[in-house]
Design a protein around this ligand. Structure first.
Ligand SMILES: Nc1ncnc2c1ncn2[C@@H]1O[C@H](COP(=O)(O)OP(=O)(O)OP(=O)(O)O)[C@@H](O)[C@H]1O
Ligand SMILES: [Mg+2]
Length: 333
């Protein structure tokens, strides 16, 4: 009688489901009778496919679909929180961070569209509460415009576990390009996590899933991003102050044996008077990388040139001195 047990269970299930229909069917006869008239019982709805009728299949499919879709998203929201989907940011976690799994994400617009990534503004909030935060979502692209030379240098030093992945990357299939994009997101998330943990002024890395990196939004509460250093025209005192802040940040990095690797006045934001480093996927290990010193010197001269052009006094603006100090901090005299 196993078959009928299962069938009874299925009846219970249908009685609960919102797609109805089952109650209008005639009651199933008692077991003995059912055993005798098995075919007749199930043939009451004409189109049969295996044990379930077509109508039952359709109802079941609809129930499954709605169970997968889960509860209806709050109005305006674009997805449920992805907090549980990937790597999460370091401890201690900031108070503003929304980790509740009942939260939903809403796209607020594009902050910047770049060659390698697009940065969006998103809001994560718990419906019907005042819990919410705004974050920057950096989404790495997997298109042909990416700088492949940077990828090959970057990928050389890292282990790729599956040769299928290595082949896909080498052949630049769309799967391979997506893997490269994801590796960049992984690398930037790791760099931000490490630097944030030792107190380097970088946005808090909230999480990384796939090719998307979520981080603290640096900007005003109405969604205006903090300006890039390149956009500012600081007065003499502010200029010196910003320079000291930047050198202090680079010293912290150098103390870890690192340099930014792509530092410029475009990859430094000034948030509430504080210099913040961004765009860090290519961070360079000055000690392990054979061209480490060169990268560090280039980072210094890039930002130094900007400060000099804005009038930073010569006594501060000597690239050799600054580079030498940073190399010493990295243990490379
Ligand atoms: N955490 C953040 N808060 C506010 N704005 C941000 C944040 N991260 C990035 N942005 C904005 O997005 C821009 C691009 O970010 P980022 O430099 O990381 O990406 P990118 O793809 O390398 O861009 P680009 O090619 O222009 O350097 C930044 O210049 C800045 O204006
Ligand atoms: Mg950038």
């Amino acid at each position: 009688m196993r078959m009928h047990d299962t069938d009874d269970h299925f009846d219970d299930y249908l009685d609960d489901n919102p797609f109805g229909g089952r109650r209008s069917r005639p009651r199933k006869p008692k077991q003995s009778e059912a055993a005798r008239s098995f075919e007749g019982d199930f043939d009451q709805e004409s189109t049969r496919a295996g044990r379930l009728t077509e109508a039952e299949r359709a109802r079941l499919a609809a129930v499954r679909e709605s169970a997968l879709a889960g509860p209806v998203l709050p109005p305006g929201a674009d997805r449920w929180t992805t907090w549980d989907d990937g790597e999460q940011g370091p401890h201690p976690r900031p108070d503003w961070l929304v980790t509740e799994l009942a939260a939903a994400d809403t796209e607020l617009g594009v902050l910047k569209s770049g060659k390698e990534a697009d940065v969006h503004l998103i809001r994560r909030a718990v419906p019907d509460t005042d819990r919410g935060c705004v974050m920057a979502a950096k989404r790495y692209r997997s298109n042909e415009h990416r700088m492949f030379h940077r990828d090959s240098g970057y990928l050389e030093g890292r282990r790729m576990r599956r040769s299928r992945e290595m082949r896909a990357i080498a052949n630049r299939t769309s799967f391979g390009r997506n893997l490269i994009a994801e590796q960049w997101a992984v690398a930037e998330f790791a760099a931000l996590s490490r630097l944030w943990s030792i107190g380097v002024p970088v946005p808090y890395p909230v999480q990384r899933s796939g090719t998307e990196l979520l981080m603290e939004f640096l900007g005003s509460s109405d969604g205006e991003a903090a300006p890039r250093l390149a956009e500012l025209r600081p007065d003499a005192d502010e200029l010196v102050e910003l320079w000291h802040q930047l050198v202090a940040a680079l010293e912290l990095l150098a103390g870890e044996g690192m340099t930014h690797g792509d530092l410029s006045a475009y990859n430094v934001l000034v948030h509430k008077g504080q210099v913040m480093l961004i765009d860090l996927p290519q961070i360079v290990d000055v000690v392990a990388n054979p061209r480490g010193r060169e990268f560090l010197a280039r980072d210094v001269s890039n930002v130094m040139n900007w400060f000099r052009a804005r009038g930073l006094p010569d006594r501060l603006a000597d690239p050799d001195t600054v580079t030498g100090e940073l190399l010493a901090a990295a243990g490379l005299d």
